[in-house]
Design a protein around this ligand. Sequence first.
Ligand code: ZN
Length: 218
Amino acid sequence: MSTGITQSHLDPSNAVYSEIIPAGEPFMKEVGRGQVVRIVDLEGNQAVDTLFYRADDTDERYDANNTIREQGNIYLTTGTTLRSNFNAPMLRIVADTCGRHDTLGGACSAESNTVRYALEKRHMHSCRDSFLMALAEHDKGMTKRDLPSNINFFMNVPVTPSGGLTFEDGVSAAGRYVEMRAEMDILILISNCPQLNNPCNAYNPTPVQVLVWGAETS
Ligand SMILES: [Zn+2]
């Protein structure tokens, strides 16, 4: 499962939705069951911290434990079913030109920036703050209690044979993408990671693109 590189047949000119998420910014969008979502790493080496919720009941949300256990592998790629805390399939990864995505490393925060780097890094932008800003702006009734452990698309967090975990230089490159088909109506929450202190963004956060195919529901 660790190198599931698969091209998509979908044509960007047929997409019903296309949006650029600027470097370091949050993003939120609903997609309907059956729609296909592609996230494009436009300039390469960009971590895209992502959470998924059931659109009509956000108590059901992405669950890393169920996803990892059911597929018997810690990396996400083509063939992965992204599962909810109720173990229901939320989305399936149907194409992937990067080959490996992380769901162990979590999201950066003011607290982790302080502990990992330095006290003066505390004020710097973080994914956790971006998630909270998006929740506040979109008024879905969610708070920081509603932020489970996330996916880091395009982020390289290899696990060593002895179980070691490190953030490494990315394996992605400009134009690589991951594509998922929604198995239920989904609310997508993204923090296009603003991190400047580790190699997950090559010390240089960059924009990403979100494309959607299939009938628009709203
Ligand atoms: Zn981050």
